[in-house]
Design a protein around this ligand. Structure first.
Ligand SMILES: [Zn+2]
Length: 71
């Protein structure tokens, strides 16, 4: 399967800010440092967020788990 990139700017402002701020960096071993140059892509029917850590600038990829509040 090929990565299918989505347009990050098409997301709601709220979601954009959430994805940018609510991050986890494996290199810094810290949460919520923030990312720059965020990208979203779909691979094997899962969504991933890709971006560079604001602190160490290393690339990080996080799987986006969509949760539904009203089941
Ligand atoms: Zn980092």
């Amino acid at each position: 399967m090929k990565k299918q990139y989505l347009n990050f700017d098409d997301l709601e402002q709220f979601d954009q800010e959430f994805f940018i701020n609510d991050s986890w960096c494996n290199y810094c071993d810290e949460a919520d440092l923030g990312i720059i140059e965020p990208k979203i892509y779909i691979l094997d029917e899962k969504q991933y967020l890709e971006g560079n850590c604001k602190v160490c600038c290393k690339k990080q990829t996080t799987e986006i788990v969509v949760t539904y509040l009203n089941d």
